[in-house]
Design a protein around this ligand. Structure first.
Ligand code: BEZ
Length: 254
């Protein structure tokens, strides 16, 4: 299994689109003053702070210590904690759990959903967006293709992401006692920052676990191969456009 390493400074500097796009998910959450809301996989905490700004009592959890340290430093008035989404506990049941662009990093969705269900009040809601079926299909195909061309058999030892279909995710939610009120899969072509370097920066941030066992030269070679393979389809007017596809869901604890 590949393990991605996070750099919260570069994450905020080069990939702010992750939480900026997530802001529209707050409309699905519709936080109310006084509600207890957990931001699961909160990263550097910007959306947690937007939830708190509505008057809700927001807290953030993330598995990465550097993300949590940055979030806590940026927003000292909010409670942040290092926690594993597959196995977390909350002191009192919550009104809502929110998650943006985090849950596709976890290959055990049932453990996550079980924990979410256990942590919600009856009638509490779960609002999430994650990569859905077909997410970054072109990038992943080019990346694993380039690794195979290099003779890297290791690249088959584990695809690090979970991009569920509507039926897969809705079924799992229902099996664990969550009633699905809305669920939608949609394409969201996503412009990357940093012009011609955008795809390379994206791969360094989000695919570093997959590239970690290569030498620096091999890594550079693979990235160039990916760029060459995708230039005609994902590079327009000096900007790389990642082929993101999102799964957005609103479910209630029965
Ligand atoms: C996503 O947000 O869809 C995503 C980000 C990094 C790697 C894979 C997927």
């Amino acid at each position: 299994m590949f393990v991605n390493q996070w750099n919260s400074t570069l994450y905020d500097r080069q990939h702010a689109f992750v939480w900026q796009y997530g802001a529209s998910l707050l409309e699905w959450l519709a936080p109310q003053p006084g509600e207890q809301i957990l931001d699961l996989g909160c990263g550097t905490g910007h959306l947690t702070a937007q939830i708190a700004a509505t008057g809700a009592i927001a807290a953030g959890m993330d598995a990465d210590p550097m993300m949590i340290a940055t979030a806590q430093q940026t927003y000292p008035q909010i409670n942040f904690a290092i926690a594993d989404a597959r196995n977390f506990q909350v002191p009192t049941p919550l009104d809502a759990i929110f998650s943006n662009a985090a849950l596709h990093w976890i290959q055990e969705p049932d453990l996550v959903i079980q924990c979410i269900n256990r942590s919600l009040k009856p009638g509490g809601r779960f609002v999430a967006e994650l990569g859905g079926q077909g997410n970054i299909a072109m990038i992943a195909t080019a990346l694993f293709g380039a690794l195979r061309q290099l003779g890297d058999e290791d690249c088959d030892r584990g695809y690090p992401w979970y991009f569920p279909s509507v039926s897969d995710y809705a079924t799992r939610l229902e099996q664990h006692g969550l009633e699905v009120r809305q669920i939608v899969l949609f394409d969201r072509p996503t412009p990357l920052a940093d012009g011609a370097a955008g795809l390379s920066h994206w791969l360094h941030m989000f695919a570093n676990g997959i590239l970690a066992h290569l030498s620096a030269d091999e890594r550079q070679h693979v990235i160039q191969q990916v760029e060459t393979a995708l230039k005609s389809v994902l590079y327009r007017d000096g900007t790389w456009i990642a082929d993101y596809r999102r799964l957005r869901v609103l479910a209630w604890k029965s």
